[in-house]
Write a protein that binds this ligand. Structure first.
Ligand SMILES: [Zn+2]
Length: 326
């Protein structure tokens, strides 16, 4: 049996897991991210923590994923707007030197998609889209069981599909992007604004009288208590998400969409309106065959997906070699 280490680095923490080649987690841990520390120090701390995991000695290769613009072939993190110290960091080379193992690298959305492919679908799916509903809206595409990266490695930016022609400005410079409505912070701001003059909303009594205290978590708690304004806002979230998903279904025709990330936990409150919107907008056949799953494994999709990268990349190379020989 071969063992692999997966590392998933984010703005708030670094998650690690050791898996076997079928993506079974054998051990896992995490450390907090220090945004001010030098990248080399962070990588060395990460490995020192990983080396305490069970089966670390038997680890054959490792995968590393993080947010940002990544040259996955060279294994360089070019930049990430939420990781200011990380500019042109040769993560692959550094980790290989420190660990003595071969290291593979990809962005957070792609490793989450690979994690969902293995954990949620057990590898039994041809075309999968993984959408992270977090602070931002991430997208990872698995096409014919392989990560689809596009021509410059930039594919999968599903959160930056415009869902409104003359809509809200987005951080990326475009306007009306899905992320401008569905990203956690943006949705939270929309809710604060909407609730300003809703005097009797239960959700307002949960923010100590200050609407600026409203968080997505409180909005979720209020929906659990059946607050009608909170339920209305989650329905609105589902409608906007449905508009996005209808386009995704029409363009990519996946057999499965997996949602993960913090906001996906509230799916009971937005799934219905999302599906209604999909039914109104998407072509019937792709909408009918696509399974929609809300992952229960959001916390480990990234680290497990990273651990599955070495095998994924090697199989891709072997396939290419076989095709070249024909
Ligand atoms: Zn955008």
């Amino acid at each position: 049996m071969n063992y692999f280490l997966g590392i998933d680095m984010g703005g708030s923490g670094i998650k690690m897991a050791i898996t076997d080649e079928k993506a079974q987690i054998l051990d896992k841990t995490s450390i907090e991210m220090n945004l001010k520390a030098d990248p080399k120090t962070i990588l060395s701390q990460t490995l020192s923590e990983a080396s305490k995991l069970k089966f670390y000695d038997k680890v054959k290769a490792a995968g590393f994923g993080s947010a940002g613009d990544i040259d996955y072939k060279k294994g360089v993190l070019r930049y990430a707007y939420n990781l200011p110290q990380w500019k042109n960091v040769p993560v692959k080379r550094l980790l290989q030197k420190m660990s003595g193992r071969e290291v593979f690298m990809d962005n957070d959305a792609n490793i989450a998609a690979l994690g969902a492919f293995w954990i949620d679908l057990k590898g039994k799916c041809e075309n999968l889209i993984c959408i992270t509903l977090g602070t931002g809206i991430g997208g990872g595409i698995i096409a014919n069981k392989k990560i689809y990266r596009g021509s410059s490695g930039s594919a999968g930016e599903i959160g930056h599909i415009s869902i409104k022609f003359d809509g809200t400005p987005c951080n990326c410079g475009n306007i009306g992007c899905a992320e401008a409505y569905l990203g956690g912070k943006n949705f939270q701001n929309y809710c604060r604004d909407y609730l300003k003059d809703k005097k009797d909303a239960l959700v307002k009594s949960m923010t100590d009288g200050k609407i600026s205290n409203l968080t997505i978590e409180i909005l979720y708690e209020a929906a659990l208590k059946k607050d009608k304004e909170a339920l209305f806002l989650w329905r609105y979230y589902g409608e906007k998400l449905g508009v996005l998903i209808a386009s995704v279904l029409n363009i990519l025709n996946p057999d499965c969409i997996v949602f993960c990330g913090g906001l996906s936990k509230a799916h009971n409150f937005f799934e219905k309106s999302m599906k209604e919107e999909i039914a109104k907008r998407a072509f019937k056949t792709p909408a009918k065959i696509c399974r929609i799953i809300f992952s229960k494994y959001s916390n480990v999709l990234g680290s497990v997906g990273a651990a599955m990268l070495p095998n994924h990349q090697k199989q891709k190379k072997q396939r290419r070699c076989r095709q070249d020989m024909r």
